[in-house]
Design a protein around this ligand. Structure first.
Ligand SMILES: C[S@@+](CC[C@H](N)C(=O)[O-])C[C@H]1O[C@@H](n2cnc3c(N)ncnc32)[C@H](O)[C@@H]1O
Length: 260
């Protein structure tokens, strides 16, 4: 079984819905990866909303639902705690409607430039509307599957529930790019959806956050490997600073000295 198949099987174990389980069965039966329907060809969801972040209905459902999650607010409060004391430039990966950027700007009013990137037109529209009168904020369309553009050096890079949509290899290369974009001692704070220890625990988490069956677009990993990937990317002081079921705050710091 190659890496991509192992990832798919891992997602299946994490409680993703039956469409993926069928796909894994396909792998087991020797069906080629390319024959497995892509997510875009499986536009179903247990809640009856689209699986694509480019879809207005999915974005509406998400934005409205997550606002009401106490656990999300608890994670955000912890993220604010790890923002560096003097933050001038901030980057948000998969910024969505700009919620984390707004939180960061509220907590660090000294910020002079904030950049958000996302690939979803409806999310980008919401973020641009939110910051229409804030000249410090720029929102760019960018697919995180592709290498990050040259955006300069940041004091902090934040991300909220976005990186888990990328393949594991891309998560790892993205972490290396992020490490290089941080100033020495700068922080990376990733408030993320992670894989729970068992499918049953993960489904309980899904139920509690109001999305039974999970999201077919998720490519989840457990906390332990993700912390290793962060260390491998060159981050220091790496830890899971907060956890509630399938939500985790994964934090690291760029080295303060250049590698010899
Ligand atoms: C669960 S939402 C989180 C949005 C926001 N960060 C928040 O904290 O509420 C996931 C976001 O990741 C974005 N996303 C998913 N895959 C992406 C990709 N490959 N490139 C860029 N953005 C992506 C989606 O468009 C969406 O805005």
């Amino acid at each position: 079984m190659d890496r991509r198949h192992r990832e798919l099987a891992q997602n299946c174990r994490s409680g993703r819905p039956s469409g993926d389980i069928a796909a894994v069965s396909g792998v087991a039966q020797g069906i080629l990866w390319d024959e497995i329907p892509s997510v875009k060809e499986r536009p179903w969801h247990p809640l009856g909303v689209s699986t694509s972040w480019k879809d207005e209905a999915k974005v509406d459902e998400y934005v409205e639902r997550v606002e009401r999650l106490d656990a999300r607010r608890a994670g955000e409060a912890e993220l604010v705690e790890v923002l560096p004391a003097r933050t001038k430039r901030v980057l948000d990966l998969g910024c969505g409607d700009g919620r984390l950027l707004a939180l960061t700007l509220g907590a660090r009013p000294e910020v002079v430039e904030a950049i958000g990137v996302d690939s979803s037109p409806p999310m980008l529209a919401r973020a641009r509307a939110r910051f229409a009168s804030d000249t410090r904020v720029s929102i760019f369309e960018h697919d995180l599957s592709d290498r990050l553009p040259a955006l300069g050096v940041f004091d902090v890079v934040v991300s909220g529930f976005a990186i888990h949509h990328l393949a594991h290899d891309r998560k790892r290369s993205l972490l290396t790019e992020v490490t290089k974009m941080l100033r020495p001692g700068g922080a990376f704070a990733n408030l993320e959806v992670v894989e729970c220890a068992t499918p049953e625990l993960h489904e309980e988490f899904n139920r509690r956050i109001g999305r039974p069956g999970g999201d077919p677009e998720d490519v989840l990993a457990r906390v332990g490997p993700q912390l290793e990937w962060m260390r491998d990317a060159g981050l220091r002081q790496v830890d899971c600073q907060w956890r509630w079921r399938g939500f985790a705050l994964l934090v690291g710091q760029a080295p303060t000295t250049l590698p010899s």
